[in-house]
Design a protein around this ligand. Structure first.
Ligand SMILES: *Cc1c(COP(=O)(O)O)cnc(C)c1O
Length: 383
């Protein structure tokens, strides 16, 4: 599929990304290192462009989800970058892992045994990571299996564990007691595994976990969403800079003569005399259909001025009306006067003020899903 700016333009601000990395890193306790999660094509923003910028900022520990993501990332980064595979390795793929120097996250004793068998030379396996479940009940070794594993110190030593990790379920809700409970469970497990592997490094915090306090930081933090502009502290002002701007073209500006139902299902009505802008951008472009009738955009109006730049742009926030279709959606631009309508250039769906968090909330979802759904039909520009 070809990228075409006339079908919408996604602008990704790599300076903002770099600044967000520095903000997170500077927040860590002394000695804490800041890794970066670049899974799912760097949350949809383009790992080819994103990973080298983070490396330049000093990041040396990257996290991806799949083997294919890891192999691609390895080709993008110098050899001193560590790459951890968050969803581990499937049986038979151990060699592919070591060929790209990827460290899989293992979660069962059987996986550890298989890793040792497949990769050990001179009795020591290739580097890997162990993840325990500290209370989220998703991927991670349970307490009982972990207790049994500790009774096999030879296996633990042969496994060549480099990182011990767990994941927080409610880090974006600091008042939840589960955060402290998970911290206690993780710290206890860490103390016990370090009796066998004293050098083992630990990692617990995702983006929001970094803001829970120093005792959540351990050796390596694993921020993802905050790098890309999602607010890691919901309900408080966002310490991150927006990274994404999305601007879509207006296909038609029209006035409705009488009250009219707009779009599929005739779910909303435009009042007689309203002005509407039909834009190029629909759910096949990642504008989640669940934001129908609730989303907002910014009408971008070009205004001629005397200075050298020639024009400046003014923005007026306008509501979406009716359901999002596959390729189009509609905004009610009645708030614009005639002169503004004539200079309407585009509708911005994401910018510094209309955030991925706002769009996520309008869609009954989260900023993460907005980012990872961003369409493949837009043109892309990296600043
Ligand atoms: C995705 C992921 C992260 C990053 O989380 P954010 O909330 O995006 O910062 C960290 N750790 C694990 C295990 C993950 O799966």
């Amino acid at each position: 599929m070809t990228f075409d700016a006339s079908e919408g333009l996604l602008t990704i601000d790599l300076d903002a990304l770099a600044e967000n990395y520095r903000t997170l890193r500077d927040r860590l306790h002394p000695g804490g290192r800041c890794g970066a999660v670049v899974k799912a094509n760097a949350y949809g923003l383009g790992v080819e462009q994103v990973a080298p910028v983070l490396y330049r900022e000093g990041c040396r520990h990257f996290f991806v989800a799949t083997l294919a993501e890891g192999a691609q990332l390895r080709s993008l980064l110098p050899a001193d970058a560590r790459i951890t595979l968050l969803t581990g390795v499937r049986p038979g793929h151990e060699k592919a892992c070591t060929e790209s120097a990827l460290e899989p996250v293992l979660v069962t004793t059987a996986q550890i045994q298989a890793w040792v068998e497949a990769t050990a030379t001179g009795g020591v396996a290739a580097p890997c990571a162990l993840k325990v479940d500290s209370g989220m009940t998703r991927l991670g070794m349970g307490a009982q299996e972990f207790a049994q594993l500790l009774r096999q110190p030879q296996l633990l030593r042969a496994a060549n564990l480099r990182l011990f990790l767990s994941h927080l379920a409610c880090a974006d809700e600091p008042q939840r007691p589960q955060n402290r409970q998970q911290l206690r469970n993780f710290s206890d497990a860490l103390a016990r595994v370090r009796e066998v592997c004293p050098q083992l490094e630990a990692s617990l915090a995702n983006s929001s976990g970094i803001y829970l306090g120093d005792d959540f930081h351990f050796d390596v933090a694993r921020p993802g969403c905050a790098l890309y502009g999602v607010n890691p502290t919901p309900g408080q002002s966002n310490p991150m800079r927006a990274v994404v701007n999305l601007r879509v073209p207006v296909l038609q500006v029209r006035q409705v003569e009488r009250e009219s139902a707009v779009g599929y299902g005739a779910t909303q009505h435009a009042a007689a005399g309203s002005w509407l802008a039909v834009v190029r951008g629909g759910y096949a472009d990642g504008l989640l259909r669940t934001q129908s009738g609730r989303g907002r955009g910014a009408a971008v109006i070009g205004r001629a001025v005397e200075d050298a730049a020639g024009t400046i742009e003014e923005r007026i926030v306008v509501p979406m009306i009716g359901r999002v279709s596959m390729d189009t959606c509609v905004f009610d631009i009645s708030a614009l006067d005639q002169a503004q309508r004539e200079k309407l250039r585009a509708i911005e769906l994401l910018n510094d003020d209309l955030t991925v968090d706002d769009m996520g909330a309008a869609a009954g979802s989260i900023g993460y899903e907005i980012l990872t759904s961003l369409g493949r039909r837009y043109g892309r520009r990296y600043l």
